[in-house]
Design a protein around this ligand. Structure first.
Ligand SMILES: [Fe+2]
Length: 296
């Protein structure tokens, strides 16, 4: 199967006004974070927000397919199993799926709910059999909606254990193909730059045959004043162009991701201006060229 070219649409009027035209021309599939197009009222009742209808209508009028990339399901949060919050979230994903007909659903490997607190970014999980079981159990609840599911390798700025153990953790979660891997290559690059590990070796260790989707994006280095040491960290900020080492990782990984269904270019809202539209269009064209080079 030839992977599709994907682009993220973010819940921002400025972002959509600037980037819908290049998505219409150069993307086959549109990635949406379902919870960014919802609202819950004080009684907990769900509804779509203004971006729900805008993005759905964009897809309908341009013949685009949708894929879901959540951040709030929090696959690693055992405390959510059987909770009211889990039931509400599942109902909301089901309603969004009814409108968008998502082709598959992925979420970030980590925990965005911890001790009852809602966090914006995923925290790392202990790389234990219990965590593997939690992730698989919670992703199975989304799979029960009739969706293929996957988890994305996340970026962490601390972790329980070694970076080199992450491949085995991911392998255990994806062992039987019930949960796929979303391979984010800028996340790999960021993780490896910060840990002093060769990203090509890191990729080689991952179960590439279980990859359902790949992400490419860019990022920045942290401000030296953040740390007393003056050291910087690579950030998965999705605010710049895709760096050459990430394109190189795509050329290494894509031929071995034989079940990949899409390569998606990610960009964060609030990071684009008129001057970014042309470079982002060029990156979408380059994604297609990289896919063509593998599948020709
Ligand atoms: Fe990603």
């Amino acid at each position: 199967m030839r992977p599709a070219v994907g682009f993220t649409l973010q819940p921002s009027t400025e972002y959509l006004d600037l980037l819908e035209p290049i998505a219409a021309e150069h993307a086959d599939v549109i990635e949406v974070a379902p919870e960014t197009v919802w609202r819950f009222d004080r009684a907990g009742a769900w509804s779509g927000n203004a971006f729900f209808e805008r993005i759905r209508a964009f897809g309908a009028s341009h013949g685009k397919r949708f894929i879901a990339h959540g951040v709030g399901w929090s696959p690693g949060s055992a405390e959510l199993s059987g909770s009211e919050r889990e039931r509400r979230w599942l109902d909301a994903i089901a309603c969004t799926h009814d409108a968008f007909a998502f082709e598959w659903y992925t979420d970030h490997l980590g925990a965005t709910v911890w001790n009852g607190e809602e966090l914006l970014l995923p925290l790392p999980l202990p790389m234990t059999p219990a965590a593997v079981a939690t992730v698989r159990e919670r992703m199975a609840r989304i799979a029960a909606l009739g969706l293929d599911v996957g988890v994305e390798n996340s970026v962490f700025y601390f972790r329980y254990g070694s970076v080199v153990d992450e491949a085995d953790f991911v392998r255990a979660i994806t062992v039987d193909g019930c949960v796929h891997l979303l391979l984010d290559l800028h996340n790999v690059f960021t993780t490896c730059v910060n840990a002093g590990v060769d990203p090509r070796e890191y990729v080689e260790r991952l179960p590439l045959e279980r990859v359902i989707e790949l992400h490419v994006s860019g990022g920045s280095d942290s401000d030296p004043v953040w740390l007393r040491s003056g050291k910087t960290r690579r950030l998965d900020s999705h605010d710049r162009g895709v760096p050459e080492p990430v394109w190189e990782l795509l050329r290494i990984a894509l031929p071995r991701c034989v079940k990949a269904r899409a390569v998606v270019l990610e960009r964060m809202e609030g990071t684009v201006s008129d001057a970014d539209v042309g470079p982002l269009r060029d990156e979408l064209v380059r994604v297609r060229a990289e896919i063509d080079a593998v599948t020709r």
